[in-house]
Design a protein around this ligand. Structure first.
Ligand code: FMN
Length: 342
């Protein structure tokens, strides 16, 4: 399957299926000398786990990351880092009914159209569980970014149009009806220096777009003021420049920290919109693989809403993208190369 690799210098390859033996990621391009142990992944993996009660699936996996390669005596060696997460709580029989029916809103039909057959257990590679590998790589990327003074504030902000903290009754109602709902996630990236990102095809906003849209169920992304800019006047939308702590900086941040594809030094502001979870137990119309009209009602364990668990996936993909762009940036000036080799 093409399309499972991301990044240029800090490069990840994720692998594995929802109901296969294990999932994981191979990370190439991580510098040598970073202290790294298996506990370093726990915080990120914990944020992705189904632990938010009503807000998440009942699938319960410890999601412990094992380091298979790339470290020696507790530090990275500069060689590929291979991380594995074993699947332990599979119930493939939950999915037997889906073997030849297409779930509305899910990837089943597209996979069959492309490959001719598919791993229907939990959606295979199109499962939300695929994101464990990205989150493990994201934990590593943000550990490096932390050493460079870059931090994240990422959280689910809305569920079905309701502010996150007031959404529980709405979510209860969706659940009781066998339905699901959409959600929003906000990600603020603080401390990215000015000058990161490449013009034209590798603009930082374009690369963040690829990273965020690669996450299942993401349907829209705002950078800075996002779609609202189409309603603004130039005088309102432009961020005037001034001096902040003696440095040139935009004094407001409608742009969301990026101009011309290159960071301005202001906070990078992302707002991500997730569609409702496709797998719902309400009866829906569908067809079988051989074209018979039928009904489908999806059981098994599904998140009633995706944003709360996916917030850390957004942060992980953003961290991988920023770190990779910073590594690429190290060759942007002859003087930097000369300084390095002098
Ligand atoms: C963290 C996460 C968890 C998800 N959980 C589920 C789920 O429990 N059930 C489901 O049907 N889809 C779930 N999804 C969404 C599907 O993976 C996604 O909708 C599907 O692959 C179709 O792709 P698309 O929505 O990007 O077009 C989840 C996605 C993410 C990122």
């Amino acid at each position: 399957m093409a399309g499972s690799q991301y990044g240029t210098i800090f490069r990840i390859s994720t692998w594995g299926e929802s109901h296969g033996k294990a999932l994981g990621v191979v990370i190439d391009g991580c510098p040598a000398g970073l202290p790294l142990k298996e506990q370093d992944f726990e915080d990120y993996m914990g944020r992705r786990r189904p632990n938010a009660g009503k807000f998440s699936t009942k699938r319960n996996e410890p999601d412990q990351v094992q380091i298979l390669s790339g470290t020696f005596e507790g530090r990275t060696t500069g060689t590929p880092i291979s991380l594995i997460i074993w699947n332990q709580d599979q119930r493939s029989h939950d999915y037997a009914d889906l073997a030849d029916k297409y779930r509305p809103g899910h990837a089943d039909f597209g996979f069959d159209a492309k490959y001719g057959f598919r791993d229907y257990r939990g959606g295979g590679r199109s499962s939300g569980r695929e994101t464990v590998g990205r989150v493990a790589a994201g934990a590593l990327a943000s550990k490096i970014l932390k050493e460079l003074g870059i931090s994240f504030d990422t959280r689910a902000t809305a569920i079905g149009g309701h502010p996150f903290k007031e959404a529980e009754p709405y979510l209860d109602q969706c659940r009781a009806e066998g339905d699901s709902c959409g959600s929003e996630v906000n990600c603020l990236i603080h401390g990215v220096p000015a000058g990161i990102g490449d013009p034209v095809f590798d603009k930082l906003d374009a690369r963040l777009g690829q990273a965020i849209f690669s996450i299942g169920a993401v349907k829209s992304l705002d950078i800075g003021d996002g779609s609202l800019v189409s309603q603004a006047k130039g005088s309102e939308n432009n961020d005037a420049f001034g001096l902040k702590n003696g440095r040139i900086a935009p004094l407001t941040n409608h742009a969301g920290g990026i101009l011309g594809g290159i960071s301005t030094g202001a906070d990078i502001r992302l707002h991500v919109y997730f569609k409702p979870t496709p797998s719902i137990s309400l009866r829906q119309d569908t067809v079988t693989k051989d074209g018979k009209e039928t009904k489908i009602s999806i059981h098994g364990r599904h998140d009633p809403v995706i944003g709360p668990r996916a917030a850390v996936v957004v942060e992980s993909m953003a961290a991988i993208t920023i770190l990779d762009a910073m590594m690429i940036n190290m060759t942007a000036r002859l003087s930097s190369i000369k300084d390095f080799y002098r």
